[in-house]
Design a protein around this ligand. Structure first.
Ligand SMILES: Nc1ncnc2c1ncn2[C@@H]1O[C@H](COP(=O)(O)OP(=O)(O)OP(=O)(O)O)[C@@H](O)[C@H]1O
Ligand SMILES: Nc1ncnc2c1ncn2[C@@H]1O[C@H](COP(=O)(O)OP(=O)(O)OP(=O)(O)O)[C@@H](O)[C@H]1O
Length: 569
């Protein structure tokens, strides 16, 4: 299929230059020749028999289930694997002609810019502005060039207001933007990005992707990017590299060829499968809308299956009233009132820095209110004045950085401790992990887990205690669609059992699947609070793909459509 048929991404003002025919594979900048990577002590290789090239000036998207080896493949390009990760690399990886096994990451820094999954691990300076300049300083660029590029990047990524901020005080999404900015300033020929939008709000994700697309088109930069949220990125890709299963060789091709056969698919492709849309498979909302006429007609007389409504009675599991919280000079929450009832699932959404994590951490007693009140459990006790052991019986938080919760040396030990702390039957936590991601091995050190595996472990540790109020901060980072569906199942059961759940998330698909109610925070204030369908359909930024494709019909998710079509047969 010709590459020119794909539409421009949704970012306003950025047009994809028309390409009548796909360029016959430009000069390869990244080349893998029979590459295998085996980590020390692992039973089988994390990557096996990888043979691929990425041509100059293309955006290649690396996809596949959690734990399949995506980060390992990216690490082999930037040289972090095996230089820092340990393990053995067989075969040959070259970037711009340099062998990454014989060149240390430092010796590749002038051609490759890398953003890892965990920005905090890579920051070397203390403030935003210093971090943006650091890479250029190491390359010895002239001061006026550095100055100009820092200013450009601050503007490009919406960081100008934060320029003097200590990095330690930034929100998760703000940190991710700084991490991306810090590699853009060096103008590398190759950009390697591991889930670059995982902590970004939907609008910020579009902005960052538009910036990357501009680099690819205007400067001929080559981008290799791993991402789980395909609904955000697939339409920008020239090439998809699919790792279908651990140890299986990659399948490489155009997005429209690979997506229909991929085990991970964005909702638009899954919907196309249900509706029987013929090739070329639509990958964007816009193309899908053009094909959706017949599906819309079939669905028009049907009503979407309604989510089970929570118990209306009973005391709230948690509530805040006119709550204000300050971090130094920053007023992170301003007069927020919110209450969550047993059986209710609330999605907390809003732009990076809006105050979502602050609200969750306030509910577990990590901040004292500057004004207003916080109450938890049947006695409405103030969490910052409650003993931790007592608080644990009422509320549990899965933090944004799962590492904050893990301290044992193996998955098995972590799970045994969780069972004991919660007074649960031995094996409870481990069964939950297996439920979410079957491949996680007992004897692995939590540090060596993939991002998705680590999150599955953290979720399980907290879920073992079955707290009446369950708080989750961005619970789908690094999770593939299948793991997300299993997590949705686990959380639905908990809600049906009367647990109250609040999830802070940028994942509009997750919110649409799971939440009874959506609360939107903006700049520390609640700006919307209502039933999920109402709130997300009235805001393009928070609408899931299915809603955009089928609007004005009130359908939000692929499972909803599937259920209705099956019922109508
Ligand atoms: N340093 C390490 N030592 C030992 N095993 C590791 C190490 N890093 C990763 N692994 C293992 O290698 C496999 C592949 O991990 P990798 O992080 O590459 O997966 P991934 O596809 O990026 O996953 P995710 O989508 O969850 O980020 C996993 O089973 C993981 O546990
Ligand atoms: N220790 C701190 N000192 C100063 N400001 C802080 C501190 N911690 C957080 N902030 C600021 O408070 C605001 C709210 O941060 P919070 O982490 O609650 O946002 P968020 O909505 O969870 O963002 P994200 O979606 O990026 O995770 C942000 O502007 C952040 O920079």
């Amino acid at each position: 299929m010709a590459g020119g048929g794909r539409p421009a991404g949704p970012a306003p003002g950025v047009r994809r230059p028309g390409r009548a025919v796909r360029r016959p594979g430009g000069h390869a900048v990244i080349r893998f020749e029979q590459v295998s990577v085996t980590y020390d002590g692992a039973a089988r290789p994390a990557l096996h028999g990888v043979e691929l090239t990425v041509p100059e000036g293309e955006l290649a998207l690396l996809v596949g289930p959690s734990g399949v080896g995506k980060s390992t493949l990216l690490g082999a390009v930037s040289g972090l694997v095996p230089h820092f990760s340990g393990g053995t690399l067989r075969g040959r990886v070259t970037v711009a002609g340099r062998d990454t096994r014989t060149h240390k990451p430092r010796e590749l820094a002038d051609v490759v810019g890398t953003v890892g999954q965990d920005p905090l691990a890579h920051f070397v300076t203390d403030t935003v502005e210093d971090e943006l300049a650091y890479g250029m300083e190491s390359l010895g660029l002239p001061p006026d060039t550095m100055r100009r590029r820092v200013e450009e990047t601050l503007d490009l990524l919406g960081l100008a207001e934060l320029r003097d901020r200590p990095i330690a005080t930034l929100s998760g999404g703000q940190r991710q933007r700084v991490a991306i900015g810090s590699v853009l300033t060096t103008h590398p020929r190759v950009l390697v990005l591991d889930e670059p939008t995982s902590a970004l709000d939907p609008a910020a994700a579009e902005e960052v992707l538009a910036v990357l697309q501009r680099l690819v088109h205007d400067l001929g930069t080559t981008v290799l990017m791993a991402e789980h949220r395909l609904e955000r990125v697939v339409q920008y890709a020239d090439q998809v590299i699919l790792l279908p299963a651990p140890g299986a060789p990659p399948v490489v091709g155009e997005p429209a060829e690979i997506m229909p056969v991929s085990p991970v698919q964005p909702p638009v492709v899954a919907l196309g499968g249900l509706a029987g849309w013929t090739a070329p498979v639509p990958l964007s909302v816009r193309d899908a809308r053009r094909k959706a006429g017949a599906l819309r007609e079939r669905l028009a007389p049907l009503t979407p299956p309604a989510p089970r409504t929570p118990h209306e009675d009973g005391a709230p599991a948690g509530q805040v009233e006119r709550l204000s919280v300050r971090h130094g000079r920053v007023e992170a929450l301003r007069g927020v009132s919110l209450s969550v009832r047993p059986g209710e699932t609330v999605a907390l959404m809003g732009r990076n820095g809006a105050g979502k994590s602050t609200l969750l951490t306030a509910l577990v007693g990590m901040h004292e209110p500057a004004a207003g009140t916080i109450g938890i459990g049947p006695d409405n006790s103030a969490p910052h004045r409650t003993r931790p052991a007592e608080l644990l019986r009422h509320v549990g938080l899965v933090p944004q950085d799962p590492r904050d919760l893990l301290y044992a040396d193996t998955v098995a030990a972590e799970c045994a401790a969780a069972d004991e702390d919660a007074g649960a039957a031995p094996g409870t936590c481990r069964a939950l992990v297996t439920d979410l991601l079957p491949e996680v091995a007992d004897d692995t050190h939590p540090r060596d887990l993939s991002e998705g595996q680590r999150l599955a472990l953290t979720l399980s540790v907290i879920l073992t205690a079955r707290p009446p109020l369950l708080l989750l901060d961005e619970p789908t980072r690094g999770l593939d669609y299948a793991a997300k569906a299993r997590l949705t199942g686990v959380l639905r059961e908990l809600a049906a059992d009367g647990h109250a759940i609040v999830l802070a998330t940028h994942d509009v698909e997750l919110a649409a699947e799971l939440a009874h109610r959506v609360v939107i925070l903006a700049d520390g204030e609640v700006v919307a609070d209502g039933p999920t369908a109402e709130v997300v359909m009235s805001s393009p930024a928070f609408a899931p793909q299915v809603a955009k494709i089928l609007a004005p019909l009130p359908w939000l998710t692929v499972p909803q459509v599937r259920e209705a079509l099956e019922g109508a047969r």
